[in-house]
Write a protein that binds this ligand. Structure first.
Ligand code: PRX
Length: 557
């Protein structure tokens, strides 16, 4: 980037929270970040206290904490109001006997109640398990059963997708509508349960290439990572209106939709409803959003709608970020040419708990790269024996462990946890990448069969297991097929049981079966019936890799 371009951006941005990556990258200590939190003086921690209560105590109670927008509905809450509501929810949870360390699930659409519920759970020392609002019965059941959740906060609509009889650990279901309607008694004493940095904070379920989704448990210490990356990468400043488009059921929606912005006292936007380009632009214009964190699929969908953005005043925007899937240079160029802003890519994973590879706001961007390691983070590109490869080579993307955001454990699965740390001192991401001489990291794909559709991580095993529950399906192999908008779509190859004949109607029925029982985002967009599936000779395992190769050859033919 030329000096002129940097100055132009600076003129829009004012001053940055982090002036120069090169100055801090070698000297930064995580301990410096910990000093931003009040626990540093007391030794006591609670992430809900640090996100909300602390700002009230420091005199910012009247500042707007959130704007909620859904269709014609509008609501804004101050930090005072969020604190009171969080206390109210926390008291209700306590009255129902919730104790430190219990797993309390939150299954709500993107509304203030969803954010408040998560914080209330954390405030009393329990572990929050947020669930994506589009999950269907099987997805909900598997997750709550896995870590034996005892309490669920949901609403009268979503509860229809909770198969209560099949979740034996679940003792109590609370409805947000009913909690809201209860009289709010002023709390007699603080409801904050002071915990240890290592105590459990939040559990996010995520897919791998084998088995059911795994529960990635994060500890309160991860807020050290959240606060400093919120400051430097999101570049949150006092007057910002910050909008992260992800639902808190996904790690981006909790870490960078809730914790990082609120630890930095930002005003956040919570938007309900489905994606619609006009509504998104309208939201930015109406609420004067300054900082916007979304995903490449969303940007590509906006881009595909042509020039309608010209009808909206988007001049409040000063910083745009992206995560979850490869960000194509065309999208960066579109935003630069049309909005006068660069989109800043960030790379991290559910397991890593926070940003690891980033583009800081005032640093040079190389379109096609995910950016450089966050200060305090060391990247290694490893060969299959765990040796570091020279710059410019493609290998396994690994990070020197630990760092504050790193997961604490995989719930009840030590082997799975250990599988991330096969080589002494390294966390292995499962991504393939190369790093250039200047430290920029370029994504090259996955080393396993995980599918990334619209930035959402989908495990083929979960989809295959659901497919073969359908009476017509004998065997199934599921892969990601490249797609210009969604990055990849889920494609299923199936064989039919005898007696069933392929038809459009049957394939649609099978697709809906997965959609209805698992979730919409994991349902195959394409299903192809084949006579047989390729398998390994010895164990007879379905060779997804072969299916994917065939699919890619077809695309390039
Ligand atoms: O393959 C990488 C891809 O998303 C995976 C992590 O998915 P998840 O745990 O759902 O977290 C998503 C957001 C934190 C990674 O292993 N991924 C994430 N960010 C990028 C990316 N691929 C390319 N570019 C990125 N910026």
């Amino acid at each position: 980037m030329s000096a002129k371009e940097i100055n132009e951006i600076k003129a829009i941005a004012g001053s940055y929270n982090l002036e120069n990556y090169d100055q801090v990258k070698d000297t930064f200590e995580w301990e410096d970040a910990a000093k931003e939190l009040s626990y540093f003086q007391t030794g006591k921690v609670n992430a809900a206290y640090e996100t909300i209560d602390r700002h009230v105590e420091e005199g910012y109670g009247d500042k707007i904490a959130l704007h909620y927008i859904n269709g014609d509905e509008r609501k804004s809450l101050t930090f005072n109001e969020v604190k009171h509501q969080t206390d109210h929810y926390a008291q209700v949870l306590k009255d129902h006997g919730v104790q430190k360390g219990d797993r309390v699930f939150v299954f709500l659409p993107k509304t203030p109640a969803c954010y408040i519920s998560i914080l209330a759970v954390i405030k009393i020392g329990a572990i929050a398990g947020p669930l994506f609002e589009a999950f269907m019965e099987e997805a909900v059941k598997d997750r709550i059963n896995d870590c034996k959740g005892t309490v669920l906060i949901t609403d009268k609509e979503l509860v229809k997708r909770v198969p209560q009889k099949d979740i034996p650990s679940l003792e109590t279901i609370l409805f947000a509508e009913e909690i809201d309607a209860l009289p709010q008694a002023p709390a007699k004493e603080s409801l904050v349960e002071w915990v240890d940095l290592e105590d459990g904070l939040i559990i996010h379920y995520t897919s791998g290439s084998t088995g059911k989704p795994k529960g990635v448990l994060h500890a309160h210490r991860s807020m050290i990572h959240h606060i400093i990356s919120g400051k430097w990468v999101l570049d949150i400043q006092e007057d910002d209106v910050y909008w992260c488009t992800s639902h808190p059921g996904w790690v981006t929606g909790s870490v960078y939709g809730l914790f990082a912005p609120w630890l930095n006292r930002a005003t956040i936007v919570i938007q309900g409803g489905r994606f619609k380009a006009e509504n998104w632009y309208q939201l930015i214009a109406e609420l004067k959003v300054t900082t916007w964190y979304s995903a490449p699929t969303a940007f590509r969908m906006l881009l595909s709608q042509g020039e309608i953005f010209k009808e909206y005043d988007l001049s409040s925007l000063r910083h745009i970020l992206s995560v979850g899937e490869p960000l194509n240079p065309e999208v960066i160029h579109w935003a630069w040419n049309n909005l006068g802003l660069r989109i800043h890519d960030t790379w991290w994973m559910t397991e890593t708990g926070g940003h690891l590879i980033v583009n800081l706001p005032n640093e040079k961007i190389k379109p096609g790269s995910m950016g450089r390691p966050f200060p305090g983070i060391t990247v290694g590109i490893l060969d299959s024996e765990g040796n570091e490869l020279p710059r410019g080579s493609v290998g396994q993307l690994a990070i020197r462990a630990p760092w504050p955001g790193l997961m604490k454990e995989i719930w009840g699965n030590k082997d799975k946890f250990n599988s991330y740390f096969l080589y002494e001192g390294w966390y292995i991401s499962g991504d393939l990448a190369l790093q250039d001489e200047e430290g920029y990291v370029f994504f090259q794909g996955r080393s396993d069969d995980m599918i990334n559709s619209a930035g959402e991580r989908i495990g083929p095993f979960e989809v295959e297991s659901k497919l073969i529950e359908h009476p017509a399906v004998s065997e199934a192999g599921v892969v990601g097929k490249p797609d210009p908008i969604r990055g990849e779509i889920v494609k299923a190859f199936i064989t039919l049981r005898t007696g069933f004949v392929e038809s459009e109607a049957l394939l649609e029925e099978i697709r809906l079966f997965v959609r209805k029982n698992l979730s919409a985002h994991a349902a195959p967009r394409e299903i192809e019936v084949v006579d047989e599936l390729p398998k390994t000779k010895i164990s007879g395992k379905i060779l997804r890799r072969k299916l994917k190769e065939q699919e890619l050859q077809k695309l390039h033919a």
